[in-house]
Design a protein around this ligand. Sequence first.
Ligand code: MRU
Length: 351
Amino acid sequence: MRPENVVLSDDGRSVVIIDQTKLPGHTEYLALTTPEELYEAIFELKVRGAPAIGICAGMGLYVCANSFVECDETEFMNRLTKTSDYINSSRPTAVNLRHALERVEKAALRKRGYGVDAMLSEMRSECIAIQNEDIEMCRAISEYGLTLVKDGDGILTHCNAGPLATSLYGTGLGTLLLGKERGYTFHAYTDETRPLLQGARLTAYELNKAGIDVTLICDNMASIVMKQGRINACFVGCDRVAANGDTANKIGTSGVAVLAKYYGVPFYVFCPSSTIDFGCKTGADIKIEERSPDEIKTKFFSEPVAPSEVKCYNPAFDVTDAELITAIITEKGICRAPYTESLKICAAGDK
Ligand code: MRU
């Protein structure tokens, strides 16, 4: 099986994505060919989820570089860096975007001196490698996740960290999807995830399609389902993990973690180890994207739900303090507090 959400076309001239803003009603594909189209697709969340953004951006950089083929190597690298910086500026919080772009740029540098065709060919291989690694990582993360749950568990999810946001399986949803294949029955409670409704539109869609029992709740219902004992664990993905274990994920995640602590429910964060950013000492160093008030007031409504002159604050992510996180599950193993040590060991590869 291959991912369908982000695909490099055979001729290398476009990145074909499923437009996630049209789901669940319509499955529409978009072919992205220019830096502007890539920027817009990422900024508008047509492609979203930290790993998927990285995969799309890396492939997109390669696609754009195909049009620099007439340049000499120096000019080729200059244009590549400029394009990479531009795509990187589309969203600030997920570290995967910068990582993937840097990997594809470095691939070109490895073949400097061998001609632009060789540089392009190396870039293409790197894009494919990034996606293949993500497939492997999601599977490994999901295997570790299965060691943390039992058949029949109720799992609360926030935002979407499934196959659409990554490659096959996903991170936060991978355990549920792999478990389903193995005959587990889980009961998912899915936060709708205001304001852009990734939970309602995407997680509920992916779980339902996979035949997993899923119940949609509004974000402010997380407390009651925990209090009623319906939730055995909370599963979320993440966009960046600081060196101390503080974790940035979709707005509202930290509130779920606070509730989970209060009700004694384990709170698990799932991500590839490449999401750990040792350049950020704590969550305070993570840049939080702020988005348009229209997403709160008008986007999904036939009429505005608030007076147009009312101010809105619309941060797209928040940081969950490390002390609220029961474990961070990566493809290399399960990290627990103290995270300053366990994340380092994990990144070194022997966790
Ligand atoms: O704004 P989004 O939809 O890109 O936010 C996505 C999330 O917060 C996900 O939980 C995160 O990127 C992990 S996806 C595996």
